[in-house]
Design a binder for this molecule. Structure first.
Ligand SMILES: N[C@@H](CCC(=O)N[C@@H](CS)C(=O)NCC(=O)O)C(=O)O
Length: 208
């Protein structure tokens, strides 16, 4: 049985799994189901909560929650393909950068529901402003932690590069005005990563 990833590239969480697997040379069959509309009922047959990502392993186990799926991929990977250092300060540093990327896209997704989806008459300007401030706070921190050149992982991207790039790409794809400050290091890192097929193939900001 193939390993199957449920979720579209516009989901920054599903995309993280797709990019991670690609960087590790793990083949995935994609099921780009939406979390809204008729796909929702189909998704609930795999994850009763109807959320993505879901990774169906070769053994038919349905894994949910990005961090748990990444943990599975890391555990399966040989030492040279792991994207998170195994211990100590280097591991903490990568996990913290990943956490800023993850938190930023969590707030980015919340902003999509609040601003891009919710009917205008039901929107709550103070909540939207709070989300925007949290997202730019995350982007500022990521900019300060992004590598000035090359990759955080050295000669190849690691988990920090994946999360920095995907967080920036998601904001670019959904609410690009939040990137008006420029974020030059993040932007350059995303360009370097997206030039690689492992990232570029799932880039939601790429022209169709
Ligand atoms: N904490 C979850 C977040 C996953 C998540 O928010 N997925 C979104 C798509 S980007 C979703 O399923 N939204 C539909 C919903 O939550 O009802 C993870 O990291 O896997």
């Amino acid at each position: 049985m193939a390993t199957i990833l449920y979720g579209r590239d516009l989901s920054p969480f599903a995309r993280r799994v797709a990019v991670w697997a690609a960087l590790q040379g793990v083949a995935l069959e994609r099921r780009p189901l939406m979390v809204n509309g008729p796909d929702f009922e189909t998704l609930k047959t795999v994850n009763p909560m109807g959320r993505v990502p879901i990774l169906m392993t070769e053994d038919g186990e349905a894994l949910i929650e990005t961090a748990a799926i990444i943990d599975f991929l890391e555990e399966q990977a040989p030492a040279e393909a792991k994207l998170i250092p195994v211990s100590g300060a280097p591991r903490r540093e990568v996990l913290q950068i990943m956490a800023y990327g993850h938190n930023t896209v969590e707030k980015g997704v919340a902003l999509v529901y609040e601003k891009n989806r919710r009917p205008e008459e039901f929107q709550w300007p103070e909540w939207r402003a709070r989300l925007e401030g949290q997202i730019t706070g995350g982007l500022d921190e990521m900019e300060s932690r992004a590598p000035a050149d090359g990759f955080a992982g050295g000669d190849r991207p690691n988990g920090a590069d994946v999360c920095l790039t995907l967080a920036r790409d998601f904001i670019q794809a959904t609410n690009p005005y939040l990137l008006d400050q420029g974020y030059p290091k993040l932007t350059a890192l995303a360009a370097r990563c997206n030039a690689m097929a492992e990232f570029g193939a799932s880039n939601p900001t790429a022209p169709a």
